[in-house]
Design a protein. Structure first.
Length: 143
């Protein structure tokens, strides 16, 4: 039992559909997109570098090690001797920078030392030309 509903026209013919069927168009577009993705070569971003081969020879002269300690109140010591002020610190860094083989500077701040004092020492070393500086004792900051 079926019912034939007319579209309002006087004839018995159904109304002609004039919209385009987009399903095949979408299928073709997806196939073309997949083919495009597959055919594009994978581009590798690489920087070519000439790296040294083997282990480098040890330096002929081992550099001197200078330890700078910064206490919780900002007091600084250079290999155990107190540094009286900023001018003395600059003079010591200038002396280190003037050497042909610069000394290694090990900066060891106290856990409670103000950051401004640590930053002051590092900025002074950079300004005076001392390049071999490193922070030691970082394990005290681990929890």
């Amino acid at each position: 039992m079926g019912m034939n509903v007319s579209s309002g026209k006087s004839g018995g013919e159904p109304e002609v559909m004039v919209d385009i069927n987009t399903t095949p168009l979408i299928d073709v577009m997806l196939v073309l997109l997949i083919m495009l993705i597959i055919t594009i070569p994978i581009q590798m971003h690489a920087v070519k570098m000439n790296l040294p081969v083997g282990n480098p020879p040890p330096p002929p002269v081992q550099p001197e090690v200078v330890q700078i300690d910064i206490d919780f109140d900002g007091a600084m010591t250079w290999n155990g001797t107190p540094i009286p002020g900023q001018a003395a610190l600059e003079a010591k860094f200038a002396q280190v920078a003037a050497e042909p083989v610069q000394a290694e500077i090990h900066l060891r701040p106290n856990k409670l030392a103000p950051y401004k004092d640590v930053a002051l020492v590092m900025a002074t070393a950079q300004r005076e030309g001392a390049t071999k500086i490193g922070l030691i004792g970082n394990e005290q900051y681990m929890q």
